[in-house]
Design a protein around this ligand. Structure first.
Ligand code: SF4
Length: 496
C-alpha cells in the first residue's frame, strides 16, 4: 500500500485515493420526489433531487404534467449535469412533477432504465418512479410475458405498470391496489396521472417516504425530509407501511392496501444511507448515529488518546463515542471528494474508476496517538484496511476500529447492491480474522440490541420497527426468486 505525503494548508498530511471499486460501502438504489399544485414544479423537483443526490448518482430525471401531456427529461449523470441549462427546466412546464435519482448495478448502459418512466396510454399518460427492489420481479415478468406483456427496460420497476394495465378494476387507484398485492419486496413508488399524485410504501415500510406542504398550498412527497427542507416545505407525515397516499385538487387521501403490514424500516437508512439532517418517522438520523456511537463506547470501550470518524457518514457516531468515553474527538481524517465521472464510459468498471475520493490523515493530529477509529460499517474490508494503513503511515501508534453497527453477514434483497455473501467479509471470516486482515490493533462492532436502542423507533414491531436482516438474516418478507440462492449461500456464513 503506498501513500502520498503532502502539505495542505500548512498541515502535513498523508493521503490515499479511494476509488469506488474499493470504497466498499453499500449503495442505495434511488431517491424520489413528487409535487402537486406547485407553479413551475420542475424547478422544485430539481432542487429536491439535489438534496437527494446522495441516494443515487448514476442518472436522474424529471417528468411534468402539462395540458394533459407528460413531458420528461432524463439522462445519465448528476442532477446539475443533466439540468445544466435553465431552459431544460423551463421546457418542463406544469404544476405537477415527479423526479428520480438512480443508483443501479444492472442495465446501466441503457437510458431506458433511467426514471421516471413515462407511459402514453390511450386513456391518459402516467409517469412513475420507483425506489427499492422486488424479490418476485423475475417470476412476475415471466408470468406477464407469457400473457403477452412486452418489457422495455431491464429494471424491475416496470413490472407494476404491466400489472396495473392488466387489472380489470375501474379506477387507477383500484387497479394499483390490486397490483400492489402481487409485488413483494422493499419499495416506494410515485405515480403521476392527470388527476393525482400518488405515493406508495411497501407493507414493511423499508424505504422512507415523507409528505409535506409547500408554502403556497401545494404538496410534496420525497424519499427524505431533507428534500422538503431544501424547497421550503413543511413536514406533514411519513407514509406508513402498506399505505397509499393520493393527492389531488381536493386534498390528501390516505388508505391501506393490505392488512398484512408491519414496520421494518431499513436500519441502514439510519446507519449510512440517509442524510444526517433527515428525520425518519420522527427520528433524526444524526441523533440516531450519535446515540449508536455512545452505545458503542459503552459496549466496546478501549484505552485511547483520541477518537476520529471516517468521513462523512461516521462523524456523528464518532462524536457520540468520544462524548460517552470522555476521549477527545479530533479531525484526524479529511475527505476530499472530487467527482470526475465520465458517463459516456462504456463499462461499469471504467465508470467506477472515474469516481475517486481522496482521504488524508493529518500527521499532527494522529502522530504517536492511540486512536479509536469509528466507522459506520464494514462491507468487504478493503477500505478499512486502507484507512488503518493510512493512519499508521501518518504515525498513529495504535488504531482500534469500532463499528457503529453489527457485522454485515447477510445479503440485502430490498434495493441495496450487496446481494450475496461472497462480498461480505463478516460472512466469511471471524472477528479475529477480520482484525488481522484490516491490520487493526483491535476491532469491535455494536450489538444488535445496541443499534435498536440507539435508533429508538417508537414501534411495537419486531426489532422495534427496524429491518435487521443484513445482520441476522431475519428477512421481513419471503425471498421468492432469491430463496434458493440464499439458502445455498447460508452455508458460507461464518458465525462467531
Ligand atoms: S437487509 Fe439490510 S440493507 Fe436491506 S433493507 Fe434490511 S436492513 Fe436495509
Amino acid at each position: 500500500m503506498s501513500f502520498k505525503r503532502e502539505v495542505i494548508q500548512g498541515q502535513e498530511v498523508v493521503s490515499t485515493e479511494i476509488t469506488d471499486d474499493i470504497y466498499d460501502l453499500p449503495h442505495e438504489e434511488c431517491g424520489l420526489i413528487g409535487l402537486w399544485n406547485q407553479k413551475q414544479a420542475a424547478f422544485d423537483a430539481y432542487y429536491g433531487l439535489h438534496a437527494l443526490q446522495h441516494r443515487g448518482q448514476e442518472g436522474a430525471g424529471i417528468a411534468t404534467l402539462h395540458d394533459g401531456k407528460m413531458l420528461a427529461h432524463r439522462d445519465f449523470g448528476l442532477v446539475n449535469q443533466i439540468f445544466n441549462r435553465r431552459q431544460s427546466l423551463e421546457e418542463l412546464k406544469g404544476k405537477a412533477a415527479i423526479g428520480h435519482v438512480r443508483y443501479a448495478t444492472a442495465g446501466l448502459n441503457d437510458i431506458n432504465n433511467i426514471q421516471p418512466f413515462v407511459f402514453h396510454f390511450h386513456d391518459g399518460p402516467v409517469a412513475m418512479a420507483h425506489n427499492g427492489n422486488l424479490v418476485n420481479a423475475h417470476s412476475l415478468k415471466v408470468e406477464l410475458e407469457q400473457k403477452g406483456s412486452i418489457f422495455h427496460t431491464t429494471s424491475d420497476s416496470e413490472v407494476i405498470m404491466h400489472l396495473i394495465r392488466r387489472s380489470q378494476k375501474e379506477s387507477f387507484i383500484e387497479k394499483l391496489k390490486e397490483s400492489l398485492k402481487r409485488v413483494v419486496g422493499g419499495f416506494t413508488y410515485l405515480f403521476l396521472t392527470e388527476k393525482e399524485l400518488i405515493g406508495v410504501c411497501d407493507p414493511n415500510g423499508f424505504r422512507p417516504l415523507i409528505v409535506g406542504r409547500m408554502p403556497n398550498g401545494g404538496y410534496v412527497m420525497a424519499s427524505e425530509s431533507c428534500a422538503l427542507d431544501q424547497i421550503g416545505a413543511s413536514y406533514l407525515f411519513d407514509v406508513e407501511p402498506g399505505q397509499i397516499v393520493s393527492i389531488n385538487n381536493e386534498g390528501i387521501q390516505k388508505e391501506y392496501y393490505t392488512e398484512a403490514r408491519q414496520q421494518a424500516i431499513c436500519s441502514m437508512e439510519f446507519i449510512y444511507f440517509a442524510r444526517p439532517d433527515s428525520n425518519i418517522h420522527g427520528i433524526n438520523v444524526h441523533t440516531a448515529r450519535k446515540n449508536s456511537g455512545k452505545k458503542l463506547a459503552q459496549e466496546q470501550p478501549v484505552e485511547a488518546d483520541i477518537v476520529i470518524g471516517v468521513p462523512n457518514s461516521s462523524l456523528s457516531a464518532a462524536s457520540g463515542y468520544a462524548e460517552e468515553a470522555g476521549i477527545p474527538y479530533e479531525m484526524g481524517l479529511i475527505k476530499n471528494q472530487y467527482i470526475a465521472r465520465t458517463f459516456i464510459q462504456p463499462t461499469q468498471e471504467l465508470r467506477e474508476r472515474g469516481v475517486r475520493m481522496k482521504l488524508s490523515a493529518v500527521r499532527k493530529v494522529v502522530e504517536g496517538k492511540r486512536i479509536v477509529m469509528v466507522d459506520d460499517s464494514i462491507v468487504r474490508g478493503t477500505t478499512s484496511k486502507r484507512i488503518v494503513g493510512l493512519l499508521k503511515a501518518a504515525g498513529a501508534k495504535e488504531v482500534h476500529v469500532r463499528i457503529a453497527s453489527p457485522a454485515l453477514k447477510h445479503p440485502c434483497f430490498y434495493g441495496i447492491d450487496i446481494s450475496n455473501t461472497r462480498e461480505l467479509i463478516a460472512a466469511n471470516h471471524t472477528l479475529k480474522e477480520i482484525e488481522k486482515i484490516i491490520e487493526a490493533d483491535s476491532l469491535a462492532y455494536l450489538s444488535e440490541e445496541g443499534l435498536i436502542s440507539a435508533i429508538d423507533l417508537h414501534s411495537d414491531a419486531p426489532y422495534k420497527g427496524l429491518c435487521m436482516a443484513y445482520f441476522n438474516g431475519d428477512y421481513p418478507t419471503a425471498l421468492h426468486d432469491f430463496e434458493r440462492e440464499y439458502r445455498a449461500e447460508l452455508e458460507r456464513i461464518v458465525v462467531d
